[in-house]
Structure formats: structure tokens, C-alpha cells
Design a protein around this ligand. Sequence first.
Ligand code: S3P
Length: 432
Amino acid sequence: MDFKVVPSGFSDATTTVPGDKSISHRALMLGSIAQGRSAVSGFLNGADCLATAAAMRAMGVNIKQTGPTSLLIDGVGTRGLQAPSHDLDLGNSGTAMRLMAGLLAAQPFDSVLTGDASLTGRPMGRIITPLTSMGAAIESDCDGTPPLQIAGGVRLHGIHYDMPVASAQVKSAVLLAGLFADGETSVFEPAVTRDHTERMLRSMGATVSSKGGTVSLAGGQPLTGCAIQVPGDLSSATFIILGTLLSQDSEILIENVGVNPTRTGVLDIFQSMGADIRLENPRQFGDEPVADVRVRASRLQGIDVDPAVVSLAIDEFPALFVAAAAARGETRFSGLEELRVKESDRIAAMANGLRRLGIDIEETPDGALVRGGRFRSGEVRSFHDHRVAMSLTMAATIADGEVLIRGVDNVNTSFPGFEDCVSRLGADVRVA
Ligand code: S3P
């Protein structure tokens, strides 16, 4: 599937975005191993989270979809999962695979985790190393990529793990395994990463401490099912924010967006480029902070992006590259080496796309130097990466002619209905 984008800007409007992907995955996994029922609203009905739901169902959990974005999960307790009768296919989702590996490392049965062409090329050594030192038995392909064969029936013990790379997926995998381990498990993160796992564990009654960059929990704690209201995904809202900033004269209000401070680096970076973005009506959905995001078209200015905020905006750099390409002057990105092992090599994919649209961009091993300019018409590739596809779509709305974005099927992993959403806001984006 491709998108054909005709130059067009957003008009003034109010919208929402689908539920947060990270929180939806965690609701499924933690709800499944809790005691009792969890009622989830605002669930992201995208391909990644549906893969997690299918995996939990394959292990005997009753998950009922009661509406377009609502679920009832009948938790089976920490000892209640059953052996799946087949390999668990987690599609395109690194979050599903890494968190699930932590959960399955402690089960009495064997399991196999696999995925699509992108996921089976992604590094899993980063979770195999700490889980193995807890006593897990996990085998991967010889280069550390999936499929993962996880042997059941082992006893895990708590460890302290100093993460070499700031990763919420690794932190969460170790914490999930730690729930089943003897003694205490702790993880030190070299930079702050999203803390949705810790927040949801606490909402389900677990004691989790976070102090000076170290998160710890005691093994053997039971979880209790609860109501989970999933906020709109700030990572998806980022594309709407970007489209609004780039447009001539538009003002968009995005309601019910998650603004957990471990995720809002993108807003800080946009604002330091001169973006007019305000948070209104701050409130809580359970343990997660939420606000309405008001954004107005703005003249952006190039900056040196502080590498210290990278982990707080890790998924938003494809969109930030587009903002940089539309800004006056130069923008320098560094500290982004993790982008090379996401759903695609996002530095290379964005450099390729922006160059095809006429932008002067120099790739570096850990970032890029982007010189602001004008987007011209042309044809670009998404490299089957949802965020690359959506970022280039937003660039295309202000190009000087039509742009074709090739291979956009994976947009459905995180933002089902993206093209309808942006079309309602005034962009001319069609499936070609
Ligand atoms: C995620 C963590 C991030 C992010 C991913 C979702 C999560 O990955 O890129 O899209 O839900 O924990 P890393 O923690 O590996 O950086």
C-alpha cells in the first residue's frame, strides 16, 4: 500500500489520536497475569497490540473485546499461564517480543517467539544477557536475533542489572522476570526511559521503588486486576503536531494525550525550535498524566538537539527530522545510535527520504546535520517503518507537488486510521 499526498494544509480543528501503544501492550501482559478482571478503555487496536493480545490468548487468557477500543481481561494470576500450542508471532513489535521474553523466561513451559522480517533482524542480546544472568535459558539465532527459544521450568533469581543502553524495553523485561524471581531485582538506567511498566505495576498493587536511576522490586508479588484508561499516544499525536506546525495558519487541539514526563522530550525539542504548543486541562488517567495539546502553525528555527533528551523522545526523531528540514538554518542531531536498530535504520531511512524530497542532510554514525529547505515533489520509501511513513507524509503536505510514499502498510501497527485522521484535518492523503 502507498500514500499519495497532494500539497494541502491542516485547517482549525479538534481531534484525538489512538491509544498509547506502550501502555496498551503493558495492559495486556500485566492484566493477563493479575488476579481478577482488568477493564481496559482507549486500547490501541493496532497490529502490534493485537499480536500481543493473540499471544496472551494462546496462553489461555480470556481477553474479550467489548467495543472498538475496550477490552475485558480475565487475569489468570502469576502462575496461571498455559503452554501455547504454537510459536508466538509478535509481528513487527519489539516491545511485545522483549517484554514477553521477560514474562516467559519464568514459566513452567517452553515457548518460541518470532516475528516479521523487521523484528527477526532486531537485536535481542540486550535482553538475553540480563535474563540469562537471572537463570533463564534463551536461545536466539547466532547473531542474537529472533526467533527466541525460551526453555521453561527454570528458577530465576533476582539480580542488579546496570543497563549499558537506556531502554525501557530491557528495563521492563528484567522487571517482569523479577516478579517471578527469588529475592530482589533492580535495574539501573543510564538515562531516564518511559516508566509505564512501573506505574502500571503500582496500580495493580505491587511495590516498585524508583530512586536515583535504579528501579527495584521484590519477586513473588501478586498483581490485582484494575481499570486501565489508556491515554492517546503522544508518539502518534506528534505527527498531528508536526503537520500543524508546518501548515500555513492552522490551530489544532488534540484531546486526551498522554504527557508522562518520560515521554515529553519531543514537546521540549519542538518548543526550543520555536513551536507554539501548550498543554491544557492537565489531569490523570489512573497513574498516567494526560492533557489536551493545543498547537499552532509556527516558524521553526534550527537548533542543536541536546543528546540528554534523546531517551525522552526516542520514537519521535523521524518527525523531528522533518521539522528540522522545514526549519530555518541547521539542526544537529547526535546521540541517536539506537535509531539504527528500530523498526528500520531510522537515520538512514529518513536521510534517504528527505534527500529525495530535495533536502540537504548529512548522516553521521549517531545522528544527522539537517539544513532547512523546501520539500519538492517525488517518490519516497518508508522502509516498511510506520513512523518513517507518517513523518514523510507530513513533509509531503507542504511539498511543492505531489509525493508518493511507498510501503505504508505498517502505519497500522501504531496509528490505525492515520490517513482518515489527517484527511479530516484538511490534508490530502489518499491510499494509492
Ligand atoms: C518502548 C520503548 C522504546 C520505544 C518503543 C516502545 C516501550 O524502545 O522505542 O517504541 O514500550 O517500552 P527502547 O526502550 O528499546 O528504546
